[in-house]
Design a protein around this ligand. Structure first.
Ligand code: GDP
Ligand code: ZN
Length: 451
């Protein structure tokens, strides 16, 4: 396994900014012995912590701490790696880092250590992504799923699918050598049974990945409705004491306000829009245009109405303009203001729209809304979720598409084989074969520095 990456030595502070008991500077590259000699006298034995003192160019002490040496290829990056464990203060850590840069290291770019690990074959692409997702995990469920991906559970599933696909391809290619009897040959080898099994396995993996994407990326929910029906109140009530920051999205006076809450570990991004009404006010107009942009990329839309008036003529106009695709929730708010039996109807379902009744003020009925949002998300609690991203889901969907195409090409075996090849390509892109530099750049730039 040769190193494909030019091993410029890189260094970065690997621990979080701020004060802590211990702070770590990580260095990765080649020939780190000279580096260690200048810094603290010598390299310790591989993988053994040694207490030492880190010295400046004039030999004055910068800090004392532990040095660890992980020789290539048995390190995180696959290159020689040194870790300097010093005291976790920002100034002292920066002095230590500065010293490493003076000795010839370059400051690592975000994600560069992990990128080298990937390029050196230490981890595949889904594992590299899982590193970032584990660090960014906003809930325990998301962290558990990321850890599962990091340990290679997702990659193993993909590899199994690839194996099955490759076997099927080999069988098909071999068959092409027996013109005239292809289909008989494939039938006797149970090729179609294998294909069906492959498709079932793919569906199962897709479902787990879809749950993982939900944990990672969450659901975008937009609240629309007339002014004063209680949109802001509902947002506040949902966010509750979650300590989520309600942030105005800057840009217009009629700001769009959004907040994130977690239900069973799934991030729900709730967006409160400006009231959607016809207006001549230029500024309000801008807010409304913005609201429509949010609506068009939402996973679910809440139309909020006042239960005293129900769905009005203007609400019907809004409903008529809503995109059909994401689910609609028609929420009757302020049920505390109407007679008990008047309007406290049960959940009503009508095509892709569901009606619920609640009070953002008293909180009555809000739990039903939370459960409804989970239902819309398609969440079913499972222990074996692995973290996944939109990119993975798209590749899995493409694979599925090509397998379906393959079937429809029969009995034209060449076309069947070609679709299998395309399916294989889509599948392999998940773990990293056939990836472009663009994609790699995009994935690794989302990391924090030092990882
Ligand atoms: P928005 O313009 O749609 O964002 O509406 P707001 O959230 O600003 O609420 C408008 C008014 O309705 C405020 O005075 C709220 O206190 C009140 N309000 C909101 N929800 C309820 C509710 O469920 N019951 C009652 N009684 N008042 C509510
Ligand atoms: Zn409001």
């Amino acid at each position: 396994n040769t190193l494909r990456y030019p091993s410029e030595t890189i260094a970065a502070i690997a621990t979080a900014a701020g004060r802590g008991g211990v702070g770590i500077v990580r260095i990765s590259g080649q020939n780190l012995a000279e580096f260690a000699r200048q810094l603290c006298g010598s390299l310790p034995s591989p993988r053994m912590a040694a207490l030492t003192s880190f010295r400046a160019a004039d030999q004055s002490p910068i800090d004392s701490g532990l040095i660890l040496y992980f020789p290539a290829p048995h390190s995180f990056t696959g290159e020689d790696v040194i870790e300097l464990h010093g005291h976790g203060g920002p100034i002292v850590l920066n002095l230590l880092l500065r010293r490493c840069l003076d000795l010839g290291a370059r400051l690592a770019e975000p994600g560069e250590f992990t990128r080298r690990a990937y390029l050196n074959g230490k981890i595949d692409l889904t594992q590299a992504e899982a590193v970032a997702d584990l660090i960014d995990a906003a809930s325990a469920a998301a962290a558990r799923s990321a850890a599962r991906s990091l340990q290679g559970e997702f990659s193993r599933e993909i590899d199994e699918l690839l194996d099955a696909l490759t076997r099927l391809q080999a069988l098909t290619e071999a068959t092409l050598d027996f013109p005239g009897e292809e289909i008989d040959f494939l039938e006797s080898a149970n090729a179609f049974g294998q294909l069906e099994e492959l498709q079932n396995h793919l569906d199962a993996v897709f479902d787990r990945a879809r749950q993982g994407r939900l944990l990672q990326e969450g659901l975008h929910v937009v609240i629309v409705g007339q002014p004063n029906v209680g949109k802001s109140s509902l947002l506040n009530c949902l966010i509750g004491d979650e300590l989520a920051i309600v942030t105005p999205i800057a840009g217009t006076t009629r700001d769009i306000v959004s907040g994130t809450l977690h239900i069973e570990g799934i991030p729900l991004h709730i967006i409160d829009t400006a009231g959607l009404r016809d207006t001549d006010d230029e500024v309000e107009r801008i807010g409304i245009d913005r609201a429509w942009r949010e609506i068009n990329r939402a996973d679910a839309i809440i139309l909020l109405v006042d239960s005293r008036s129900g769905v009005s003529e203007s609400d019907r106009k809004i409903l008529a303009r809503l995109p059909q695709q994401p689910a609609h929730l028609i929420i009757h708010n302020k049920i505390d203001l109407v007679e008990k039996d008047d309007c406290r109807a049960e959940r009503q379902e009508n095509g892709n729209s569901v009606s619920l009744f609640l009070s953002a003020q008293t909180g009555e009925g809000v739990e039903l809304l939370r459960r409804e949002l989970l239902r819309i998300a398609g969440w079913h609690p499972a222990e074996n979720v692995f973290i996944a991203r939109e990119r993975h889901l798209q590749a899995l969907a493409q694979t599925r598409e090509h397998l379906a195409q393959a079937c429809s090409q029969l009995p034209q075996l060449e076309l069947f084989a070609e679709e299998l090849r395309l399916a294989q390509r889509a599948l392999a892109s998940i773990t990293g074969a056939f990836t472009t530099d663009d994609l790699l750049g995009k994935i690794f730039s989302q990391f924090c520095i030092g990882k």
